[in-house]
Design a protein around this ligand. Structure first.
Ligand code: PGA
Length: 250
């Protein structure tokens, strides 16, 4: 197994006005030499200013979505190249809220990931089962299908992160058992290795869904968990800092 540098990624979703940029300054100031990578994905309106505030720090900035096309007549959408131009180094694609709110299927997510990588961004591809699917015993089938359908061919480890986000754990305070997380993360690693061989060793696998400072340490001890994608708890530098600290100790 190659050494994978851990990643603490924050997804601000549709939250954040200019005043919240101070949270990033606080985070950058508190982590001058972090033992893991730190990423914040603010709303697009703040991306460029956040990138300016984070410049020279260890905090990277990412988008929350991109369009599969390079440019064109797509009102309201943002291309991966635009995100890179605004200072992003990463972009989240296929978040379950996009899949639900905007009907995004695996093929679209894959197109977005391809566009992201072509623009020089790291694609953070999200997958995860619903509660109904878990209760029906379909979790690994769903994860396998989404992984195969959403992750592009020919990846290299540096340009891909995969986040396992059970839909029922997002924003609910409910977290899978450590055994359930391990089962899915080991399954994802095996699936990536079967498809990409050694390149898959370096792909970071994040867990996401109600991660907080109080549960981060035990989640980060699970095999094949290389960090977290954090929603609510990423909005405050103190909370996110607690998760980063747990990851640094892991
Ligand atoms: P949450 O969101 O941490 O608020 O549960 C996670 C996510 O949607 O990425």
């Amino acid at each position: 197994m190659s050494q994978r540098r851990k990643l603490a990624a924050g997804n601000w979703k549709m939250n954040g006005l200019q005043a919240q940029l101070d949270e990033v300054a606080a985070l950058a100031g508190a982590h001058t030499d972090p033992g893991c990578d730190i990423l914040i994905c603010p709303p697009a309106t703040l991306l460029s200013r956040m990138a300016d505030r984070a410049a020279g720090s260890f905090v990277a900035v990412g988008g929350q979505d991109c369009h599969p096309a390079l440019s064109g007549a797509h009102t309201g959408d943002i291309s991966a190249r635009m995100l890179a131009d605004a200072g992003a180094s990463h972009v989240i694609v296929g978040h379950s809220e996009r899949r639900t709110d905007h009907g995004e299927q695996d093929a679209v997510v894959r197109g977005k990931a391809e566009a992201a990588i072509a623009a020089g961004l790291v694609a953070v591809v999200c997958i995860g089962e619903t509660l109904e699917q878990r209760e029906a015993g379909e979790t690994l089938r769903v994860i396998g299908t989404q992984l195969a359908g959403s992750v592009p061919d020919g990846i290299d480890a540096a340009s891909l992160v995969v986040a396992y986000e059970p839909v029922w754990a997002i924003g609910t305070g409910k977290v899978p058992t450590l055994g359930q997380i391990a089962e899915v993360h080991n399954f994802m690693r095996a699936g990536l290795v079967a498809r990409f061989d050694r390149a898959a060793d370096g792909v970071r696998l994040l867990y996401g869904g109600s991660v907080k400072p109080s549960n981060a340490t035990e989640i980060f001890a699970v095999s094949n968990v290389d960090g977290a994608l954090v929603g609510g708890a990423s909005l405050k530098a103190d909370d996110f800092g607690g998760i980063i600290a747990a990851l640094e100790r892991a």
